[in-house]
Design a protein around this ligand. Structure first.
Ligand code: SF4
Length: 408
């Protein structure tokens, strides 16, 4: 059996693909849907479906595995049980509930959407895929998933799991990208059993999540193995084809952990239009060519908050991968020596006791700095003399009198 290139798929589909599509459609109804009824995982959003719960879960599941999203979903729903509660919430509270899931634009969009629904949408989601797509933050996948799961609309939702299953069943040879996406959407729409779109979408996603795994597909357990081309040729791992990997940029970043005489840390809030917008962070930024880490951190604090600092010893180094780049974040203690913070390149700033930092939303990388800081504070309490001088803020005090921080 030979694999099909995309152009060929389009040209030969009416004649050569029709029998396979028909066979897969039959297998979906006879094998896949019954398999899903027996083996569906007990995920919290499946317990009680309302349009609100469906939408929250679908946004959480973008870029996040179901087992990771499940505890977040339960917490989020307890905190914001409906559109009204979410619409009335502070953005910081919503981001806090989302903290750790990443891709925070999803949380901001969800809150904005709740406000639109409460204020302009009559308190409910529209019941057509086209109208759903016009809402802020709702793309074709989410509109189809919500339309099918919440309202029973005949819309095929194609996520990464479904793409992988279809690419393997049909041996689609287009590399990951726009053309594979479009081909999978066409195939999924062809395969959709009318009136059962919700079950079809969930079953396909579940199959991709627990059986048709990226590296080690469990073909012997698969309800579609009888119609799967790549299983027949023993080549499932070759699909979907990988596009050549782009080199991911790597940045070295410095951040200041500036503590004042009362043991409060200086933190800044990122502007809403930036990546990680609305989250709090230890201020800092990318190192520039020829700079030392201390020079980088001092420059960034001057640019961002208008203060002069003295950079002290390193607290920790955090390595973190975002979707399009990686960072190595060097967090150093710092001491404010001149100036009062101003909102120059940040949405806000605050002096917050170390023990209260976790009340605010931070990115994963900054949470690691908080962890290190908490450990440092615990150690400083055990050996106060050896540690205190690194974190004194002497700008408002005689320069010769370092202050022991009470980190509460
Ligand atoms: S038979 Fe194997 S490759 Fe084909 S869909 Fe099932 S798990 Fe995936």
């Amino acid at each position: 059996m030979t694999s099909l290139n995309r152009g060929a798929v389009e040209r030969v589909r009416p004649v050569q693909l029709a029998p396979l599509i028909a066979a897969v459609r039959t297998s979906i109804v006879r094998q896949l849907l019954p398999w899903f009824r027996r083996h569906a995982r007990a995920l919290p959003w499946r317990r009680r479906r309302t349009p609100y719960r469906v939408l929250v879960s679908e946004l959480m599941l973008q870029q996040t595995r179901a087992d990771q999203a499940a505890p977040y979903f339960e917490r989020f729903i307890r905190r914001f049980p409906d559109w009204r509660a979410l619409a009335a919430a502070d953005e910081a509270d919503v981001l806090k509930a989302w903290e750790g899931l990443g891709y925070y634009a999803r949380a901001r969009n969800l809150r904005r959407l709740a406000q639109w629904i409460v204020n302009k949408g009559g308190g409910r989601l529209p019941k057509s895929v086209d109208a759903l797509r016009r809402l802020p933050g709702i793309g074709p996948y989410t509109a189809a998933a919500v339309g099918s799961l919440a309202f029973g609309l005949d819309a095929a939702a194609v996520d990464g799991n479904v793409r992988r299953v279809l690419a393997r069943v049909f041996e689609l040879s287009a590399p990951r990208g726009v053309s594979l996406e479009a081909e999978c959407r066409r195939l999924a729409a062809d395969l959709l059993p009318k009136g059962r779109a919700g079950a079809f979408n969930e079953a396909m996603m579940e199959l991709g999540a627990v059986v048709c795994l990226p590296r080690a597909p469990r073909c012997t357990d698969c309800p579609l193995r009888g119609v799967c081309r790549s299983a027949a040729t023993g080549t499932p791992e070759q699909y979907p084809r990988r596009a050549p990997r782009k080199r991911v940029p790597h940045y070295v970043v410095g951040a200041a952990v500036t503590l004042d005489a009362r043991g409060r840390a200086l933190i800044a809030q990122r502007k809403s239009e930036e990546m990680l917008g609305g989250l709090w962070e230890f201020p800092g930024g990318k190192i520039e060519p020829g700079e030392t880490m201390a020079e980088c951190i001092a420059r960034e604090l001057k640019e961002e908050l208008g203060i002069e600092i003295e950079v002290g010893e390193r607290l920790t180094v955090v390595r973190h991968a975002y979707s399009h780049f990686t960072i190595e974040l060097h967090a150093h203690f710092a001491r404010r020596i001149r100036g009062r913070p101003r909102r120059i390149h940040c949405a806000d700033f605050a002096w917050v006791p170390v023990a209260r930092l976790r009340d605010r939303p931070f990115s994963r990388a900054d949470l690691r700095i908080i962890e290190a800081l908490e450990a440092w504070v615990a150690a400083a309490r055990s050996h106060p003399r050896g540690r205190a001088s690194n974190i004194s803020d002497t700008s408002d005090r005689p320069q010769t009198s370092p202050v022991t921080v009470s980190a509460t």
